[in-house]
Design a protein around this ligand. Structure first.
Ligand SMILES: *Cc1c(COP(=O)(O)O)cnc(C)c1O
Length: 394
């Protein structure tokens, strides 16, 4: 039996041909049309309790570019850094660089694998006047503390754009969608590989009405007046067909999140040798089954994952290499030592997670992982055994 790593299962347009025909008959295919408008409203009321404002984009990377550009719009000259963790996806650093900024990488917290608050504070103290924006990543859908970032903006006057690409479906302790009420911008992805999967689509949420209104204009060529640009802009709009996929996804997402949480709970329970992110009070949207190998096992990760692949278990290593380890960012970004990031990235393993995954699939993954983990742990203890044997022989 083999189990894929991920198997994207977005809504099937072939099953909503009536709604597709409505779009065709209406002859409105983009430009924040009626399907898009209805989806944004529905998303806001179902995911964010009707609090705040949201808009779609064609994907999250364009959403990050827009949100960063909007947030730094009136920045004092000379502020050039975008402070972000190195343990994230290339999109955040690329987006900052498209906005003319230099990524400044900080280390992560050893438990949540998200930007370490002490490290952020240290870099803000060190480079304060040079930091144009802070771009934390809600790691693998983790419910990071956004009150802390509200305080950071108030204290240092620095804007915050949250890369929440994997977080659509994550809820906080109050049951509301991740980010509800946040005054900065939160950028979600609905890419095929995320828990809330369509094909290509993004969503920007903010508690601020003016922010979303301005972003919507920037997303449409910077047209503040009819066909007349008044601000920086690009074309980041989602098509009506893309919006139809999003709407269909929203209609079934509750089940999906529950299913993924169940699989993750099984991994946690049955694979105590792995280290997972600490559970939070709300629900986490799980993109993959992510854990860390035991301390000291990093050098054997390649062999461990090969054994999984050989046994038919799909796997991956997000985000390893982390950004500072990628040649392009190593050359263009700024960073110091990142010991926790190096350690987390060296031990991270991503296990199968998808909407149609069965309990039997999960059990198969667990059986193979356990067997290979124990082989690894036994191999690691060989030198120890040899030294004990030497002691015993003395
Ligand atoms: C997927 C992802 C993105 C990019 O999202 P797209 O919609 O594919 O552009 C950005 N950041 C992180 C952390 C991601 O996982």
């Amino acid at each position: 039996m083999s189990v894929a790593f991920i198997r994207p299962d977005p809504p099937r347009l072939s099953e909503v041909s009536g709604k597709l025909r409505e779009i065709e008959d209406r002859r409105m295919f983009s430009n924040f049309g009626p399907v898009n408008g209805a989806f944004e409203q529905d998303m806001l009321s179902r995911m964010f309790g009707g609090v705040g404002h949201c808009m779609t984009t064609c994907n999250a990377t364009i959403g990050l570019m827009l949100a960063i550009q909007q947030a730094i719009g009136g920045r004092p000259k000379g502020r050039r850094y975008a402070l972000m963790p190195s343990f994230t996806f290339a999109a955040a650093a690329q987006a900052a660089m498209w906005c003319g900024l230099t990524p400044l990488f900080c280390d992560v917290d050893p438990e949540t694998w998200a930007a370490c608050p002490q490290e952020e504070e240290r870099l803000l103290a060190l480079h304060g006047d040079d930091i144009a924006i802070v771009v934390p990543y809600a790691t693998f859908g983790y419910d990071i503390d956004l009150d802390y970032y509200e305080r950071m903006t108030a204290l240092y006057g620095v804007p915050v754009v949250v890369d929440a690409a994997a977080s659509l479906g994550t809820t906080s302790a109050n049951g509301r969608g991740f980010g509800t009420g946040f005054s900065g911008a939160i950028v979600f992805s609905m890419h095929a590989t995320k828990a809330f999967s369509t094909g290509e689509a993004g969503l920007i949420y903010s508690g601020s009405e003016e922010r979303i209104a301005e972003l919507r204009q920037m997303c449409n060529f910077g047209f503040g007046q009819a066909r007349s640009a008044t601000m920086p802009g690009l074309n980041g709009k989602l098509s009506e067909i893309g919006a139809l996929l999003c709407q269909e996804r929203l209609n079934t997402f509750g089940e999906t999140m529950f299913h993924r949480a169940t699989i993750m709970a099984r991994y946690r329970l049955q694979l105590p040798e792995l280290t997972f992110q600490p559970p939070r009070a709300g629900n986490q949207a799980h993109q993959f089954g992510v854990g860390l190998l035991p301390v000291g096992c990093a050098q054997d990760r390649g062999a461990f994952l090969s054994a999984l692949t050989e046994a038919g278990i799909g796997n991956a290593t997000y985000f390893s290499p982390h950004l500072a380890q990628q040649s392009y960012f190593a050359e263009h970004a700024r960073f110091g030592d990142l010991p926790v990031t190096d350690d987390v990235a060296s031990r991270v393993v991503c296990l199968p997670m998808f909407d149609t995954m069965t309990e039997a699939d999960a059990d198969e993954v667990i059986a193979v992982v356990r067997q290979e983990l124990w082989a690894l742990i036994a191999k690691r203890s060989k030198p120890a055994r040899a030294s004990w044997a030497a002691i015993a022989a003395e």
